[in-house]
Each structure stands twice: as structure tokens, then as C-alpha cells.
Design a protein around this ligand. Structure first.
Ligand code: AMP
Ligand code: MG
Length: 352
């Protein structure tokens, strides 16, 4: 299949008209959002959802998020929309928050991976909103990566994974946030965060007065079954062995240098993921700067690009600093820990 690649400048009416025609025919269009690039198809067509699973090589029990451009669409897709959910919609849409509702019959089981709930989000990216509005379609979209690879944060990443597999790619440049939306389940008695993201538990609690984290998030070591099916897959893992090193900065730098020196002496390729602050302190041949710690959105927006770069470099041993401190620390560490298969060295504990 030939994939059409076009700049997603919202002034280019002909580009959006073509993308809309493709979606209406049941085809697939990748598009930028403020979190990561999405791989979109008509949410109300089972055949489009099947195509998405096939293009990604994704297990079909892993449901898709339905993207809308008008809060009215929620009532077409979902039943029993609670008042609290309306508060969230008002406060955080358009934006990086996905809400889980009970689904109406109109949403095919294929779109929801067989669940009787549906995930809905209104993205804030102008190109995403225009695509949804102009096509008049609710767009089911997971991240536009091959299953198991980091989510795409540039059109280049989408092209790497999807060229020849889908009808069209809209190039909107690098995304702003860089990690997937926060998912909150509003079908539970207590609103439950299934996946952390830019919108923090604190922001939701401030609005609703009540929120909890899915127990599988808090205790990954207990191997509980997460309610967001996608969270159970080992996403994002680079091919090399990634380890997070945490503790006091000087000790972290010392330990990472000791480890990379030893691996490089044996002829292995290493890489280090660090904050700009420590950029020049590492010995490894490949020091990947994740941005300044004082501005953690630069870290979140760089993370998946750097994980992909580790593969391009052929890094066999990768060490990353911890990025827990900022506003988005919890969400960033959730992704980084998954990428590392929860392999962590704590230099403070090691000392004892
Ligand atoms: P992606 O955008 O690629 O991260 O994929 C969407 C993710 O949303 C899936 O992996 C699921 O974890 C989550 N999701 C979608 N629909 C539901 C649902 N009805 N209930 C719980 N989680 C969902
Ligand atoms: Mg994904």
C-alpha cells in the first residue's frame, strides 16, 4: 500500500478533505495529537478497528481510545454519563485526559477490545480537532507505533513504523507532551486512574474530591491484572538492557560511569539517559540528553525519542537517571519503569 504523507497545516483544506474521505471509506490516517501520534480509523466501523489492530500488530483485546471534537458525541457513544465526568470534561477537554464510560451498542466490540466500556478523549491539537470535525467521524485511535515499540512523538517515528501499512500520515511536527493521556475510569464507584499522564491525580482530586489509583499501578510487582488492558503489555522496551539508577546525584553519576566503563571495556555499546544538568559528567560514548529537570515537559516529550535512539545506536546496556521529582514525575517514571522492566539500582541502598 502506498502511504500518502502530508503536512498537517490546518490551512490546507485539501489535505483534510482527503484524510476525511479516507476515514469515511474505512481507511486509516495517522495524525498528531498533543500527547503522541494516533493511528485513526472510524470508531463505529468494526472493519476499521480490525485494520488498526492489523497495522500495529496489536492484540485485539487491547481497546482503542475514541477521539471526539464535541462533548455532545459523548452522549452518542456512552450511557449513564455521571455528573463528575461532566466536570472533568469541562475542566480538562480539549486536553490529555481520557475518560472511561459504559458504552452504547453503537460502538462495536472490536473498537473496545470486547469490553462493555468505551474510552473517550477530546484532543487539544488543532490538526486532530480539524480532522475529527471536518470528517464528521469519531476517530478510534491507539498510538501510531508498531506494537511493542515506543509511541511516536514525531511524524518520522510514524513513518518508520507505518509506511506502507496505512493510507495516510499527517505530519504535524514534534508533539508537545510526548507521553500518552491520563486515563480515568468513571464507571467505578470511586474515580480510578488507570494510566498516569500529564493530568495528575492531584488535579483530578482537586476537582472531584475523590480519586484512587488502579492497584495494579501502585503495586506492579504484585502482578495484579490492570484494568486498562494496554498497561499489561511490556510496551516501550528498547532492545538493549535498560536500568534506572536512582539516589543522590553524585553517587548516581559515579555508579553509571563505573557500569558503562566496565561494559565498554568489554566491547559493548552503552548509552546514558540523563538530565541536561549532568550532560557532561558521563563517560559513555552515547549520552542522551532528556532536557532540563527544571522543565519536566521537555523530559516527557523527549523520552520515547531517546528510547528509539537507543535502538538506532545499537545500545546493549542503557542506564537512565530517575526523573521522579517534577510535576509529571509519576507519569514519566511509570513509562520509564516499564521500559526498564522495573530494573532499578538504588545507590543509597547499595552502600549499606
Ligand atoms: P494507546 O493509545 O495506544 O495507549 O491505547 C489505548 C489504551 O487505552 C489501551 O492500551 C488501554 O489500556 C486503554 N483503554 C482503552 N479503552 C479502554 C477501556 N474501555 N477500559 C480500560 N482501558 C481502556
Ligand atoms: Mg500505545
Amino acid at each position: 500500500m502506498k502511504t500518502i504523507i502530508a503536512k498537517a497545516d490546518t490551512g490546507r483544506e485539501e489535505v483534510f478533505a482527503l484524510a476525511g474521505t479516507i476515514l469515511k471509506k474505512g481507511g486509516l490516517v495517522a495524525f498528531p495529537t498533543e500527547t503522541v501520534y494516533g493511528l485513526g480509523g472510524d470508531a463505529l466501523r468494526a472493519d476499521a478497528a480490525h485494520k488498526i489492530y492489523r497495522a500495529k500488530g496489536r492484540p485485539s483485546d487491547n481497546p482503542l481510545i475514541v477521539h471526539i471534537a464535541d462533548t455532545g458525541s459523548v452522549y452518542e457513544l456512552a450511557s449513564g454519563v455521571p455528573k463528575e465526568a461532566e466536570l472533568l470534561m469541562e475542566a480538562f477537554w480539549p486536553g490529555p485526559l481520557t475518560i472511561i464510560f459504559h458504552k452504547k451498542q453503537i460502538v462495536p466490540d472490536t473498537t473496545t477490545g470486547g469490553l462493555d466500556t468505551v474510552a473517550v478523549r477530546m484532543p487539544a491539537h488543532p490538526a486532530a480537532l480539524k480532522l475529527i470535525r471536518d470528517s464528521g467521524i469519531c476517530i478510534a485511535a491507539p498510538s501510531a507505533n508498531l506494537s511493542g515499540r515506543p509511541s511516536p512523538t514525531t511524524a518520522r517515528h510514524v513513518i518508520e513504523d507505518m509506511n506502507g501499512r496505512i493510507d495516510m500520515i499527517l505530519d504535524g511536527g514534534p508533539v508537545g507532551i510526548g507521553i500518552e493521556s491520563t486515563i480515568v475510569d468513571m464507571t467505578e464507584e470511586i474515580p480510578t486512574i488507570l494510566r498516569p499522564g500529564y493530568i495528575s491525580p492531584g488535579q483530578i482530586e482537586a476537582l472531584l474530591g475523590n480519586v484512587r489509583l488502579d492497584p495494579a499501578l501502585e503495586h506492579p510487582e504484585a502482578l495484579l491484572r490492570p484494568k486498562a488492558p494496554g498497561m499489561k503489555y511490556t510496551h516501550y522496551a528498547p532492545r538493549g538492557e535498560l536500568t534506572i539508577v536512582e539516589g543522590k546525584t553524585d553517587r548516581v553519576v559515579e555508579e553509571i560511569n563505573r557500569l558503562t566503563d566496565a561494559h565498554e571495556a568489554q566491547g559493548h555499546v552503552t548509552a546514558v539517559i540523563c538530565g541536561t544538568e549532568n550532560r557532561y559528567r558521563y563517560h559513555s560514548a552515547h549520552v542522551l540528553d532528556a532536557g532540563s529537570r527544571s522543565h519536566d515537559i521537555t523530559v516527557s516529550s523527549a523520552l520515547y525519542r531517546l528510547l528509539r535512539e537507543c535502538d538506532t545506536l545499537g545500545a546493549e546496556y542503557i542506564y537512565s537517571e530517575s526523573f521522579i521529582d517534577g510535576e509529571m514525575g509519576y507519569a514519566i517514571m511509570n513509562r520509564l519503569m516499564k521500559a526498564a522492566g522495573h530494573r532499578i539500582i538504588n545507590v543509597e541502598e547499595d552502600r549499606i
